[in-house]
Design a protein around this ligand. Sequence first.
Ligand SMILES: CC(C)(COP(=O)(O)OP(=O)(O)OC[C@H]1O[C@@H](n2cnc3c(N)ncnc32)[C@H](O)[C@@H]1OP(=O)(O)O)[C@@H](O)C(=O)NCCC(=O)NCCS
Length: 167
Amino acid sequence: MISVLDRVAALAIADELGHVFAASFDDGDAEHFATDQLPTHADRDDFKLVAAWKENVVGFAYGFTGKRGQWWSDRVAEAIGPELTAEWIGGHFEVVELAVLPEARRQGIGTELMQELMRDLPNPRALLTTYADDRPAPRLYRRLGWQLLVPDLGWGSALYGLDRGVP
Ligand SMILES: CC(C)(COP(=O)(O)OP(=O)(O)OC[C@H]1O[C@@H](n2cnc3c(N)ncnc32)[C@H](O)[C@@H]1OP(=O)(O)O)[C@@H](O)C(=O)NCCC(=O)NCCS
């Protein structure tokens, strides 16, 4: 089952999400995620989190509407130059995290989470950074129609964009 969570509902299960985060990333810190990263991002415009449940949370994805002046937007803008920045940055939906517990992978959950996260968003464009090398995450994004905008931003991450075709 996939559910859509707003700020309050997401923060209520911050510890559970932190556990999934830490189990999904080699350097993932559950406590930092639950007490710092998630609360900061949950305050951003149009914050949306989707969670996949078996008995507990087995995966989640979240994002918000990004703008210049925010750390990620400014860092990416500096790396990609003025033309791509003007086209893509500001008002974009920023996909921040996608994570599925190792034991729940390869069952379509990550794909479903991304589809649900992107459903009915008003943002004309969406952006994310992911691994520059060949891994499940970039393969998943490409399958869902994301285009590779910059193969390597300079720190081992690739920038992907989705033109959602809405005004
Ligand atoms: C990336 C990630 C979220 C994908 O989650 P997932 O639930 O395994 O995703 P899916 O099941 O939708 O797809 C993954 C693979 O399983 C395959 N798959 C999906 N359903 C399947 C099924 N029923 N039987 C066999 N394979 C299946 C997909 O084709 C895909 O294959 P590919 O990697 O060879 O292209 C997960 O690997 C993860 O958490 N990785 C670590 C964190 C990470 O990298 N996050 C993204 C950071 S940008």
